[in-house]
Design a binder for this molecule. Structure first.
Ligand code: BV8
Length: 232
């Protein structure tokens, strides 16, 4: 294909695996330790807020113990050196893309280092833990929740994502199982609108058959090699 001018990248937990962050569906992964319904749904939060706040407090604290890996660093290099349009849409709630230096990042499922107030509905940067019910910095109420999109909730900035997919000439999916919508459907949206589609993943995913090209391997190897191809 001709050199791409407009790239949309979708990343999932697999890009952070080599940094030591558990994925969701691997053996012993995050969802094995907890039922999705208990920790990643509004109903689960209403049922047992301490369980959910603790689940996210622990994942937020773990961020201090991990670092970006060569895959994050390669995408940050692409962001710095690619002179076309680029958007990194991540399903991840970690901050490793930003810590590697990427700027054009969109967290469609929210972020661990952000809090959402259930009263004033503002999103504010957040470090530390929520289980002691800290006050919202904007309205003082003690009703903060993780600023994370749970099942049944609307992902963030969908209009911006679909506009980017419409304009893309290359869509690359990195480290995601293709199990959760609407993210899992982006490859079809991009393909229908004329983009070339490439998957970089440890193994074939639920959506591999939708991609023009699918490469299997570790993100820490595949992503730097792919970025080298693009920037050459
Ligand atoms: C919505 C944030 C309406 C939380 C997450 C029936 C009933 C009810 C709902 C539904 C239903 N059918 C469909 C739905 C919708 C539902 C859904 O898709 N359910 C699934 C289970 C069927 N989706 C929703 O509810 C979404 N909202 O639909 O609202 C709407 C619709 C359209 C438009 C607007 C609104 C909201 C879903 C968001 C849930 N929140 N995360 C948190 O982080 O705690 S989901 C979470 O799992 C991730 O964010 C990600 O999105 C998803 C999948 O995880 P992955 O990132 O792919 O990780 P996984 O472990 O699965 O896979 C890792 C991959 O990496 C593997 O393939 C592995 O091989 C690979 N890998 C591992 N190591 C490496 C590697 N690759 C490379 N290198 C390595 N080293």
């Amino acid at each position: 294909m001709a050199a791409p001018r407009n790239i949309v990248i979708l990343t999932g937990a697999g890009i952070s695996a080599e940094s030591g962050i558990d994925t969701f569906r691997a053996e012993g992964g995050l969802w094995e330790q907890h039922r999705i319904e208990d920790v990643a749904t509004p109903e689960g939060f209403e049922r047992d807020p301490d369980l959910v706040l603790n689940f996210y407090d622990m994942r937020r604290a773990a961020l201090a113990t991990v670092a970006p890996n060569p895959a994050h660093e390669a995408l940050a290099r692409l962001d710095a050196e690619f002179d076309g349009e680029l958007l990194i849409v991540t399903q991840n709630v970690d901050d490793l893309h930003e810590r590697a230096g990427a700027r054009r990042v969109l967290h469609m499922h929210g972020e661990l280092k952000s809090a959402l107030c259930r009263i004033c509905e503002r999103r504010t940067p957040f470090e530390g833990t929520m289980r002691q019910r800290p006050a919202c910095p904007m309205c003082e109420s003690r009703s903060l929740r993780p600023d994370v999109v749970w099942f049944g909730e609307m992902p963030y900035e969908m209009d911006r994502i679909y506009a980017a997919l419409r304009a893309a000439d290359l869509f690359v999916s990195i480290g995601t199982s293709g199990a959760v919508y609407p993210a899992a459907g982006f490859v079809r949206d991009a393909r229908e609108m004329g983009a070339h589609t490439l998957e970089l993943n440890l193994e074939r995913s639920e959506g591999s058959h939708w991609f023009h090209e699918s490469r299997q391997g570790r993100a820490g190897e595949l992503v730097p090699a792919w970025v080298e191809e693009i920037l050459r």
